[in-house]
Design a protein around this ligand. Structure first.
Ligand code: CU
Length: 467
């Protein structure tokens, strides 16, 4: 049943138990669906109008339906008592000890995940609402001794494999939901509450990616190549009150005060009004192309030899304007593949043996064309970020931007990452001598640059003091 449901690869220790329960619930639902459906059709046939025009006022007298309903109830109780509750109690009660686990704080906000590691001392530093700013999204008080070695990352949760993880989850603003699909974790984040959860990753991100390998047909993508008609240059008579938002100005318009409308501006009623006020009655225009779903399959150079559009460039309005002005009427283009969230999973060479793509390369539009040119017609691909942090709560208009990345690595890789983050925090050894620039170090203002966006240290690693 689990295979049939097409569940996402499972990469945590408790995942199989959850998948098993999902499978059982689906079996029960399948049986109920078939049972109720059959009963419904049976009643339609048996009590059809032509067979029994008179309504029965006694109804059913046998107790079969009672037995069936009791049976369903018993199955549901078994599912709850024998499977769900034990599983749930293990998730919320049987926490590993902090010594054997990696503990992180995750603080959600609109629209990001902030991750807080305690550093080698194992203690989370003090945080304060008053210290929150763009460089310090957690409001971490670096003057607190416990906070000095704390690591903060944005939208990046790094974890070692095969070690229990305790996440202390909270949120700064609205309710979010911390969801790790590959690790079968989902927990609401509630403002004002710190909710702990735990799980043990049993597969690294790279291993999950390997499981998601699938073929992708370059030939199929290249079939979408076709000649695309470009809009034609024209003229529009300007009259107040008239407008056409689908037309685009093809030259700058200025009056004595300067430019009032620029090339590329649409002929909105506001712009038309301004142009009319400037005394213009006729302007060169073209229809808006709306070709941003296409990439060019050919190079075009202007008369001076500089490129107007190159192969694999998008057909932006700017590029279209240049082509239209140069008198190009149509161009060979293909629809964008939207495959840049995927990476190739093998090395690919052309016929001469030269490497076209390396394992791990993003399947961007230009790589797609390069592979096609090299005669590679099918590639093995996988998602670039198979272990994401999703927000399973519609938490605002920017909800779709709330994408975090989880990277599960071997314990050596994780330790190397942790040490590197730590090194970027520690001031150079000699800097403990009091120099003017260090005098603030023990004082109140926290070094605001300590927050690491996207897991990369903002501050350069400790340098030896030169002069
Ligand atoms: Cu959210």
């Amino acid at each position: 049943m689990e295979q049939f449901l097409g569940l996402y690869p499972d990469a945590s220790a408790h995942g199989p138990a959850i998948d098993h329960l999902i499978g059982l619930v689906h079996w029960l639902m399948l049986i109920l669906f078939v049972g109720w459906g059959a009963f419904f059709i049976l009643t339609l046939i048996r009590f059809r109008k032509s067979r029994r025009p008179q309504a029965s006022y006694t109804g059913v007298t046998s107790h079969y339906s009672n037995f069936i309903e009791a049976g369903v109830l018993v199955i549901e109780i078994v599912l709850l008592v024998a499977f769900s509750i034990p599983l749930w109690s293990k998730r919320v009660d049987a926490f590993p000890s902090e010594n054997e686990a990696v503990t992180v704080r995750v603080v959600a906000e609109q629209f990001a995940w902030n991750v807080h590691y305690p550093g080698p001392d194992g203690k989370f530093g003090r945080t304060s609402i008053g210290l929150i700013d763009t460089d310090n999204p957690l409001g971490l008080d670096r003057s607190d001794p416990d906070a000095k070695d704390d690591i903060v990352t944005n939208n990046n949760l790094f974890l070692p494999v095969n070690k229990p993880v305790i996440v202390r989850l909270t949120t700064k603003d609205v309710i979010h939901s911390f969801n790790l699909p590959a690790y079968r974790v989902k927990q609401d984040a509630i403002p004002g509450m710190e909710i702990p959860l735990w799980f043990t990753p049993t597969k690294t991100t790279a291993e999950v990616r390997e499981e998601l390998r699938r073929p992708y047909s370059i030939a199929e993508a290249m079939k979408k190549v076709r000649m695309v008609k470009l809009p034609a240059m024209g003229h529009s008579a300007i009259a107040k009150g008239w407008h056409d938002d689908n037309l685009m100005l093809m030259q700058d318009v200025s009056d004595s005060t300067g430019t009032i409308a620029s090339k590329g501006d649409h002929l909105t009623s506001e712009n038309v009004g301004k142009i009319a006020d400037a005394g213009m009655t006729d302007v060169p225009t073209r229809p808006v192309a709306n070709l941003d779903k296409f990439v060019s399959m050919e190079d075009h150079k202007d008369t001076s030899g500089s490129p107007m559009i190159s192969k694999n460039d998008g057909l932006t309005e700017d590029a279209v304007t240049k082509l239209v002005e140069a008198g190009v009427h149509e161009i060979s283009a293909r629809q964008v593949s939207n495959m840049d969230g995927f990476v190739v999973m093998e090395n690919y060479t052309d016929k001469s043996g030269a490497i076209v793509a390396n394992k791990g390369d993003a399947l961007a539009e230009d790589l797609l064309s390069k592979l096609a040119d090299a005669g590679v017609m099918e590639v093995v691909i996988a998602p670039a970020t198979p272990t994401e942090i999703a927000c399973a709560q519609l938490c605002g208009l920017g909800h779709f931007r709330m994408r975090g990345y989880m990277t599960v690595e071997s314990s050596d890789e994780f330790k190397a990452w942790y040490d590197q983050q730590e090194a970027s925090l520690t001031p150079p050894p000699d800097s403990t001598q009091v120099t003017p620039s260090d005098s603030t170090q023990a004082g109140a203002p926290a070094p605001s640059k300590a927050g690491n966006k996207a897991g990369t240290p903002k501050r350069a690693p400790a340098k030896k003091p030169g002069k």
